[in-house]
Write a protein that binds this ligand. Structure first.
Ligand code: THU
Length: 138
């Protein structure tokens, strides 16, 4: 796990704010932007994209995961989420699961209560290892 310097956190915060300005939120009017550092040094971003069929709207983390996969894959090392004021926002439960799937071991998130690991914000997570363990024993 690389050291995440204050400068990198600042850069991720700036990129998340920039991404937030691209949110498509005619229904909630609650823009969200996210940015993450990938283990190869790339930064990937996303914004929420809503839909007239409310339930199929995409959280910002969905578009970040698309950016991650479509730009070459890899694992997420550090993550920032912001609201429309540019303040730190906690990713929703579903999005913690989305992030967990693509997290590097010990992935860090900027949260309202400081820097936390993915394991702290999604303890005892269900994930790829759960499926592998079951498949290996059957
Ligand atoms: N939202 C996100 O994009 N990510 C989160 O982690 C929390 C919620 C979006 C979904 C919806 O477009 C808006 O915020 C209001 O719920």
């Amino acid at each position: 796990m690389p050291t995440i310097t204050p400068e990198i956190w600042d850069e991720l915060h700036d990129r998340a704010r920039e991404a937030m300005t691209r949110a498509y939120v005619p229904y909630s009017r609650f823009p969200v932007g996210v940015a993450a550092l990938v283990d190869d040094g790339r930064i990937v971003t996303g914004a929420n994209i809503e839909n007239a069929s409310y339930g199929v709207g995409l959280c910002a983390e969905c578009s970040l995961v698309s950016d991650l996969i479509m730009s070459g894959g890899g694992s997420l090392v550090a993550f920032v989420c912001v609201d429309g004021d540019g303040g730190t926002l906690m990713p929703c439960g579903r999005c913690r699961q989305l992030l967990f799937e693509h997290s590097a071991d010990g992935m860090l998130l900027k949260t309202l209560s400081g820097i936390r690991t993915i394991d702290e914000v999604l303890p005892d997570a269900f994930g790829p290892r759960t499926l592998r363990a079951y498949q290996d024993s059957h």
